[in-house]
Write a protein that binds this ligand. Structure first.
Ligand SMILES: NC(=O)c1ccc[n+]([C@@H]2O[C@H](COP(=O)([O-])OP(=O)(O)OC[C@H]3O[C@@H](n4cnc5c(N)ncnc54)[C@H](OP(=O)(O)O)[C@@H]3O)[C@@H](O)[C@H]2O)c1
Length: 281
């Protein structure tokens, strides 16, 4: 089986490297193309046997599964090129939230899936979100899940929850890293603790917390209760966070969803023009 990647920017590279390093795919099973060819060529130097295509048609002709690792507004141009050479048995996977399965099914006859990965998949960890179009058979879904299982925990969701699940799975690492960075900055400023030491302690804590919440049998509520004994120091600090962060997560969801709606509107216009009834999620 050959797997193709159109776009070897940040996410395309992460997926290719994780799939090779986890042993899910051999380099020779991968064919890639990037608008700026040097980016894909660098990967081919690192992973001997990986093939670089000279056209999108070459990727489509040679691959059973093709991941579209490009930005939302770049989809239509690539989809038009695919339409000129597609095969019905091709499994095309979009990795971006504002391009809906319906957009792709309306332009193409092949099988369409949407899989939102996460930077955590680079270390074979975290979830990936799977959504499957009407032409995807059970065996196609299982094949995609098997592939993603080597680098993530694949979780199937309904497409109407694309944005919120992407917030949690894909944006989450940036949100938590922001939280950690600010905490470390304050630790250094207020107490003079060495930055490297503070960062190491905070990162090890995050890893352990993740394990407790995934493998250790704790829910987030139980973990807080367990650490924050009544009248203790943690309980005092949690009260501060509760007060200061009141409403912040509602606002965060509003912000990500507003930007998503803006991007979706642009994608709708590119795919359908101005006048057509537009799907919203
Ligand atoms: N970053 C994340 O954590 C994350 C997580 C989940 C999903 N995503 C989704 O992943 C998608 C890609 O994001 P990214 O961060 O990887 O963006 P990126 O770094 O800009 O990568 C996009 C790549 O696509 C290439 N490209 C554009 N048009 C092309 C074409 N016609 N043919 C071949 N290659 C083409 C670009 O080439 P050039 O080198 O010429 O620019 C670029 O290397 C986005 O839609 C994003 O929503 C990202």
């Amino acid at each position: 089986m050959k797997v193709g990647f159109i776009g070897t920017g940040s996410m395309g590279t992460i997926l290719i490297e994780a799939l090779i390093q986890s042993g899910a795919l051999e380099a020779k099973q991968i064919m890639a193309i990037n608008r700026t060819p040097q980016k894909a060529q660098l990967l081919a130097v690192r992973y001997e046997g990986m093939q670089i295509a000279s056209s999108i048609a070459e990727v489509i002709e040679n691959c059973h599964i093709v991941f579209l690792c490009i930005k939302p507004l770049e989809y239509k141009k690539v989809v038009d090129e695919i339409a000129a050479c597609e095969r019905k048995d091709l499994i095309l996977v979009s990795i971006t939230s504002p391009v809906l399965i319906e957009h792709l099914e309306s332009q193409l006859e092949c099988k369409i899936a949407k899989i939102i990965p996460s930077i955590t998949n680079y270390v074979w960890s975290g979830a990936s979100i799977g959504m499957y179009g009407s032409r995807i058979l059970t065996e196609d879904r299982l094949l995609l899940e098997q592939l993603m299982m080597s680098i993530s925990r694949p979780i199937q969701i309904s497409e109407e929850y694309t944005r919120i699940t992407s917030d949690l799975c894909s944006c989450g690492p940036a949100f938590l890293a922001f939280f950690l960075q600010n905490w470390v900055d304050s630790a250094v400023e207020v107490t003079g603790l060495d930055r490297t030491e503070a960062t190491r302690l905070a990162c090890e804590m995050l890893l352990g917390t993740g394990k407790l919440l995934t493998e250790g049998g704790f829910t987030p509520e139980q973990l807080q209760q367990r650490v924050a004994v009544p009248g203790g120091i943690t309980a005092e600090a949690l009260r501060l966070l509760q007060n200061k962060l009141e409403g912040v997560f509602h606002q965060l969801i509003q912000v990500t969803h507003a930007k998503y709606e803006e991007d979706l509107e642009k994608v709708n216009t590119i795919f359908y023009g101005q006048e057509v009834n537009r799907p919203q999620y």
